[in-house]
Design a binder for this molecule. Structure first.
Ligand code: RNT
Ligand code: ZN
Length: 415
């Protein structure tokens, strides 16, 4: 839609008490952390070759990035289609080695310097980091930090401690704090004989990790819970209750992945619960279809609701937004772009609501007006403001897939 259409939409929002100019500006400055792992089906560069640990990528669309050069090129292309402030979300398994053979418990900060250089060249806001506790032979019997085998447990404790060092280094070089998120696949396929033991061992491992001194201003440690994974359907060590209690006790952050809860539990409702107690809350935005399937994020109701919780609580800097999905059935660059654009779109949609007025209606118990207004709002001329937002961000408008088509012909199809 044209600039003229935007002018009319701006007027319509103004009449409704909303300033679309400040909404656009606000929303473009919220960082979204873009996951590197959409580009190569979560394989990484450290030799795993396949993905294991209860998660799965499906599809065999051609053009998967097979090395650092290809992944950088693809990210560069994807970033050019994504409006607004961005960060890069890295996994430890994407370490860059110079012919050296190093195992995960000995990764060093310099193995990520090439990524830092790239991120700076791209003009991104910062980097986030994830220790990789899956797709590795030391995940023995499906367990890492909760393993009863001391050598296994200790190996992974060392890996996360080395990830802390790496995160600190990245934060220093980027001049921006790093969110270091711990997710482990640990669990059992069938009914366990002991549910407490593994959790106590996980707690001990986390205690050992956090006993390592690190600068809390530079590294924000988060823990990500889950209900179940493929092959670990009956029990997950790192459950929601386990991590929420642990994070509250230790003053670390909770990361909520909206694919990791029962179907009628909503992350949008969990965000304000956590904001009542924590300075920061981290998110993995994904889309689960029937299970934690990690489909590309769509502009659907729960995403809009998540965005509203961020915007109307002025939590732009308190909720750390990251993407987490991996679809190998469509063009991977398009997958990246669709998801980022949809999260940004949902933020704009939320920022274009008369949130204060609706809060007052709620407090006055004017539920009839509140409901009617919210429903009427759904047909406001949002599309025209979104198109203006894309123009201001300097990224392609609705015809962006033409660019992806060009890149597919010239780069991806040659792989
Ligand atoms: C798995 C978790 C986790 C991973 C990434 C690759 O269910 O969501 O966040 O997707 O670490
Ligand atoms: Zn996740």
């Amino acid at each position: 839609m044209s600039e003229k259409d935007y002018e009319r939409a701006r007027e319509a929002y103004r009449e409704g008490g909303v300033d679309s100019e400040s909404a656009i500006e606000r929303v473009l400055s919220i960082p979204i952390s873009v996951h590197c792992w959409q580009g190569d089906d979560v394989i990484g560069f450290d030799g795993a070759g396949t993905l294991s640990g209860g998660i799965q990528t499906t599809g065999n669309y051609p053009g998967r990035a097979r090395n650092f050069e290809e992944l950088k090129a693809d990210l560069h292309e994807a970033f050019s289609l994504m409006p607004g402030k961005k960060r890069l979300n890295l996994h430890a398994s994407y370490a860059i080695f110079d012919g050296e053979k190093v195992d995960r418990d000995a990764y060093r900060p310099e193995h990520f310097d090439p990524w830092i250089d790239f991120t700076k060249e791209e003009g991104l806001d910062g980097i986030d980091f994830n220790p990789t506790l899956f797709s590795h032979p030391m995940l023995v019997d499906g367990l890492s930090l909760s393993s009863p085998r001391e050598e296994v447990r200790k190996f992974w404790v060392r890996h996360v401690i080395s990830s802390l060092r790496i995160s600190e280094h990245i934060a220093e070089r980027m001049g921006s704090p790093v969110l270091m998120n711990i997710w482990i696949p640990d669990g059992f396929k069938d009914v366990p004989a002991d549910r407490l033991g593994p959790r106590l061992r996980l707690k001990k491992s986390l205690d050992e990790i956090l006993a390592t001194p690190y600068d809390r201003k530079k590294v924000i440690v988060a823990v990500e819970s889950k209900v179940f994974g493929i092959g670990v359907e009956s029990y997950t060590v790192g459950s929601n209750e386990f991590y929420q209690n642990y994070a509250a006790l230790k003053g670390i952050c909770c990361l909520l992945d909206n694919g990791h809860y029962h179907p009628l539990e909503y992350v949008s409702d969990k965000i304000p619960s956590l904001l009542a107690f924590h300075e920061k809350v981290a998110l993995h935005v994904t889309r689960g279809v029937r299970w934690d399937s990690d489909h590309v994020v769509s502009f659907e109701d729960e995403l809009k609701e998540i965005a509203r919780e961020i915007i109307r609580n002025d939590a732009d800097e308190r909720v750390l937004i990251g993407l987490d999905y991996f679809d190998a059935s469509i063009n991977r660059i398009a997958a990246w772009a669709i998801g980022e654009r949809n999260v940004r779109k949902a933020l704009l949609y939320a920022a274009l609501m008369p949130n204060e007025r609706w809060r007052e209606l709620q407090d006055k118990a004017s539920f009839t007006s509140l409901y009617a207004e919210q429903e009427e709002w759904k047909t406001m001329p949002f599309g025209a403001v979104w198109d203006e937002c894309l123009r201001r961000a300097g990224v392609p408008g609705r015809n962006w897939t033409e660019e992806v088509g060009r890149y597919e012909r010239e780069a991806l199809s040659k792989r």
